[in-house]
Design a protein around this ligand. Structure first.
Ligand code: HEC
Length: 135
């Protein structure tokens, strides 16, 4: 009984940290190993290995310890530079992938996202546009 109470108290102390996941707080922001580079090259592979862990395989998003927006038929994707900016620089609970992907990889995953999951934006972004977004 005593042990069970202690375990309960310990669990409670962890809950606020989980709830704070979406705040722009370096301590709660998800991190990846520094210096890591993704090896996948196609948008489909990159989405499957990098994005779907949070946004789900069907891009429907999820809500739990954090809120992961749905990317299905998402009007925010109409402006290609918005998605490029988010993937390169991150925002709150969305990690920055700029250092882990080449310009071509960022363009590939953004182009894949903008032409799948009910999105049909055919003005593809180029690696050059991604390079310019990094500045
Ligand atoms: C660690 C979890 C996580 C991963 C991995 C992740 N995202 Fe996100 N993403 C988020 C969160 C959280 C937000 C909401 C950010 C905010 O509230 O400012 C978001 C927001 C977005 C948005 C903006 C949606 C909108 O409605 O404005 C886009 C676009 C996006 N992510 C694309 C991607 C792509 C592409 C990848 C893969 C390269 C990816 N995300 C990987 C967590 C993640």
């Amino acid at each position: 009984m005593r042990i069970a109470q202690k375990a309960g108290a310990a669990l409670l102390t962890f809950l606020p940290a989980a709830a704070g996941f979406t705040q722009d707080n370096a301590a709660t922001r998800p991190t990846f190993s520094s210096g890591y580079r993704f090896v996948e090259m196609t948008g489909e592979e990159l989405f499957a290995n990098v994005c779907q862990g949070c946004h789900m395989p069907d891009a429907a998003g999820a809500a739990g310890a954090g809120a992961y927006p749905s990317l299905i038929a998402n009007r925010n994707l109409a402006t290609s530079s918005y998605a490029v900016h988010l993937v390169v620089n991150g925002r709150r609970g969305m990690p920055a992938f700029g250092d882990m992907m080449t310009d071509g990889q960022v363009a590939a995953v953004v182009n894949y996202l903008r032409t799948h999951f009910g999105n049909s934006y055919t003005d593809a972004v180029t690696a050059k546009e991604v390079r310019e977004a990094r500045r």
